[in-house]
Design a protein around this ligand. Structure first.
Ligand SMILES: Cc1ncc(COP(=O)(O)O)c(C=O)c1O
Length: 454
């Protein structure tokens, strides 16, 4: 059914009708501040009412172009009609039964599909949960269970979730850990290859090798015996930590080190997976095969679903060892099945094509904009790192926050990541017109902030 307002939601560009926030948005933000946990991190007062494709309509009828995709979740866009239809149909048949205690076919159908689209020519098994952090919890428990080893290695800058196990791995921002100790013991953090700011001080071209050397020659030689390490967990692209893309050599080296010591390699693809980088999984660009894979966010286009995939011989734990009441909910799985079909029938290719287009347009921004230190990305996972000085690379954190706000004031929804990086993670359905519109707005916002800071 097409109504006047639906036509608006099919629009390609923002349309602001009220000053922001509008009266309804102001009312809801005030109530939210009274009733909802203040631990959430809202960058600006967007109060969403409806969504379609890459557009969001707020409660005052303002239209925004969404380059956040609900934090990399609505892979197929907001309320894709085929996803909505599948959800509605499934909701009328079976809402819940609990895969922990009963069988239903959805669990099998999606597991077979995931097995087919995940590298590694061996039988696999799938564990179902509801969120990214639970997918990571399951991976960590499985790694310990399967190896009988206690220790874990994660990376500086990583984000793996906020439940206490995942939080023990997360090393992205101190506020995420402050006052929550004691965390899981036995977690060691290693330097993550970040060529623009190599954490071990190596030049960009040597950063991957230098970080691997630090892991092998310092951490595994002085701090933890490799024979007692269950797993190394890595984001193939660091998400919350700042959209950091390590060279392929870094991931290949990690795989080699893990194999050499019988440590499992866990890839956390919660943010970088589901076609966002132009392949199903970001680790595929490096040609590696992790032992355990964590998936969530984009997999069900907005329905909650977290998944842990491993070789069948590895995921061989006893009944009762791990489970979840809601995990693998049939409605979420129905959404995931349509999401996967849409991704393989064009959206993943669109992510690759539009990502190339956006990166091409952004390529000269570091020359043209004094706040832009580096542009990096792959597919529709794109970042601009803002700095006050191109030589010292002093982080332009407040300026980044201002650009995010200034973009919102112009009807573009973007978010930051890391201390001073701005990320573009639109739904995979965007078209060139929307990409151009977003970049025009962003450039305008950036130019304004550059003028503000003099
Ligand atoms: C790489 C990564 N892992 C895990 C998580 C946690 O996911 P969730 O918020 O669904 O628990 C996130 C969330 O941003 C993430 O980016």
């Amino acid at each position: 059914m097409t109504t006047k307002t639906d036509t608006l939601l099919d629009a390609k560009r923002p349309l602001l009708k009220t000053p922001l926030p509008g009266p309804q948005a102001r009312r809801i933000v005030e109530l939210d501040q009274r009733h909802v946990s203040p631990s959430y991190t809202r960058s600006y007062p967007l109060v969403a009412r409806r969504g379609r494709g890459a557009m969001i309509e707020d409660v005052d009828g303002n239209l925004f172009l969404d380059f956040s995709a609900g934090i990399a979740v609505v892979a197929t866009g907001h309320c894709h009609p085929e996803v909505v239809a599948a959800i509605q149909q499934q909701a009328g048949e079976l809402l819940h039964m609990s895969g922990t205690d009963f069988y239903y076919e959805h669990l099998v159908t999606l597991a077979e599909k995931l097995e087919a689209i995940t590298p590694g020519n061996f039988p696999k098994r799938v564990f179902y949960a509801n969120s990214g952090t639970e997918a990571v919890e399951a991976a960590v428990k499985l790694a310990r269970y399967a190896t009988g080893r206690p220790y874990l290695i994660a990376f500086h800058g990583c984000f793996h979730g906020r439940t206490l196990g995942s939080l023990s791995l997360t090393a992205s921002k101190p506020v995420q850990r402050e006052r929550f100790a004691p965390l899981l013991p036995g977690v060691f953090h290693a330097p993550y290859s970040y060529p623009y700011r190599c954490p071990v001080g190596a030049p960009p071209e040597d950063c991957a090798r230098a970080c691997l050397r630090y892991l092998e020659e310092t951490i595994l030689r002085t701090s933890v015996p490799p024979s007692e390490v269950a797993a190394v967990i890595v984001e193939p692209v660091q998400g919350e930590g700042g959209y950091v893309f390590p060279p392929a050599e870094f991931l290949v080296g990690l795989e080699r080190i893990c194999r050499g010591h019988g440590m499992l390699l866990i890839a956390d693809e919660v943010q970088s997976g589901m076609g966002r980088t132009g392949k199903w999984w970001a680790f595929e660009h490096a040609g590696i095969t992790p032992d355990i894979l964590c998936v969530a966010k984009g997999i069900a286009s907005g329905m909650p679903l977290g998944i842990t995939i491993a070789a069948a011989e590895l995921m061989n734990w006893k009944p009762g060892a791990h489970a979840s009441t809601f995990g693998g909910n049939p409605v979420s799985i129905a959404a995931a099945q349509v999401t996967i079909r849409l991704l393989e029938n064009g959206l993943m290719e669109n992510a690759r094509r539009l990502g190339d287009y956006i990166l091409k347009r952004l390529a000269d921004w570091p020359q043209r904009h004094r706040l832009v230190g580096e542009v990096r990305g792959r597919g529709l996972m794109v970042a601009l790192e803002l700095v006050r000085d191109k030589k010292t690379k002093e982080r332009a954190s407040t300026e980044r926050d201002r650009v995010v706000e200034a973009a919102f004031e112009r009807g573009l929804l973007v978010l930051g990541c890391g201390p001073n990086t701005l990320r573009l993670m639109p739904p995979l359905v965007i078209d060139p017109e929307q990409a151009d519109c977003a970049l025009d707005i962003l450039e305008d916002a950036l130019t304004q902030v550059e003028k503000e800071v003099g």
